[in-house]
Design a protein around this ligand. Structure first.
Ligand code: XIL
Length: 355
């Protein structure tokens, strides 16, 4: 009787351990011979409950916001290095790779870039600022940041429009794209340079992205790869859509990185809007299984294209801190990552290591 009791206690303890922590599962180690596994990190995550998970489970780090133009270069001639430096130092101290995100984007970029006093900046002035911005940042982290998202999201989603109509495009035309790569390469010839975008599995969009990438390559622009943001959902992409897209990008002879992976429980939407009454869903067992299956499917695809895929980065660690709790709908809970709101691993965490 006593032995049975001891046995039962041991079982309960060991069951508790299995459900409450990751045991000896270490995601990046499981993928060590495939590609680095990264996460986006924001400055507060270095000291909150995310840190132990970041440190144990990931061997690559991307700043979620801290290197974006509005954060790192909020005023002309003034660079705000402190948060970005802290994340870079953390990564180096803990032996992690660092991806740089992002040098040129139409969002999260301060207005001063595009102004000359009260007037719109000229093309010459904007290109001069672009060069200063890129070379100052890339030089500072030379040899520390191994890959940069140089240009983000310039291709339009509308099938009838090629480039997005942004202030960059309005003032410079398409030239800012090739210049950005050239400036980054001059500042750190050893860094891998990526074009990064979303909706990259949509056939209309990936044909346009491939056209741009081919043009850049044939013009001798120093571009190494394509970053697929991978803000996906339990509804898309399908296995076929993902396979077709990966095949198209691989055929270009460029490296591929998955740069911002998360799997939303809601259908994709690009524009912000207000929450509808009763819209937030619960993370039911059924949704957990569907999401796990989607994570499993995309990781099968990543493993299949391991020759081309040079990194897979999640856009965060825990559902609790995901940007998708506020985008595109403010205050709508989402559950897109591998760790739940209690920082416990979800089913998907185990499933993608089960091969
Ligand atoms: C997001 C961040 O996660 C949020 O914290 C911020 O408020 C907005 O930007 N594509 C990108 C990322 O390239 O930089 C975005 O990150 C998500 C979409």
């Amino acid at each position: 009787m006593r032995n049975i009791l001891i046995y039962c206690i041991l079982c309960i303890i060991s069951f508790g351990c299995t459900t409450n922590n990751t045991n000896n599962k270490v995601l990046w180690k499981k993928y060590e011979t495939y590609f680095p596994i990264g996460t986006a990190v924001s400055f507060p995550m270095l000291t909150n409950e995310c840190e132990p998970i970041i440190n144990k489970q990931f061997n690559s780090i991307t700043c979620e916001n801290e290197m974006k133009p509005e954060h790192i270069h909020p005023e002309e001639g003034w660079y705000n290095w402190s948060d970005a430096d802290s994340i870079v130092n953390y990564a180096l101290k803990n032996g992690k790779l660092i991806r740089g995100h992002v040098l040129v984007w139409h969002q999260q970029t301060a207005d001063w870039f595009f102004k000359d006093g009260d007037k719109k900046a000229s093309k010459d002035l904007l290109l001069k600022r672009l060069k200063d911005h890129i070379q100052t940042i890339v030089s500072r982290y030379k040899g520390k940041i191994y890959a940069w998202d140089v240009v983000n999201e310039v291709i339009d989603d509308d099938s009838a429009i090629f480039y997005k109509n942004t202030t960059w495009f309005d003032i410079c035309g398409e030239e800012f794209i090739s210049k950005a790569f050239q400036y980054a390469h001059e500042a750190d010839p050893g860094a891998k340079l990526y074009y990064n975008d979303y909706n990259t599995e949509n056939p209309v969009k990936y044909k346009k992205i491939c056209t741009l990438l081919k043009e850049l390559k044939s013009a001798g622009v120093p571009i190494d790869g394509i970053g697929l943001q991978a803000h996906w959902s339990i509804y898309s992409p399908t296995k076929l859509e993902l396979d077709n897209a990966l095949q198209s990008y691989a055929a270009l002879g460029l490296d591929i990185q998955i740069t911002e992976l998360d799997i939303s429980l809601y259908k994709g939407e690009e524009k912000r809007r207000k929450k509808l009454p009763g819209e937030t869903c619960q993370f039911t067992t059924q949704l957990d299984s569907i999401q796990t299956a989607q994570y499993n499917m995309v990781f099968e695809a990543f493993r299949k294209y391991r020759q081309n895929i040079k990194g897979v980065t999640f856009w965060g660690v825990s559902d609790k801190y995901s940007w998708l709790n506020d985008f595109p709908v403010e205050g709508r809970d989402n559950y897109p990552l591998l760790f739940n709101r209690e920082m416990k691993p979800k089913k998907a965490f185990y499933k993608i290591q089960d091969f």
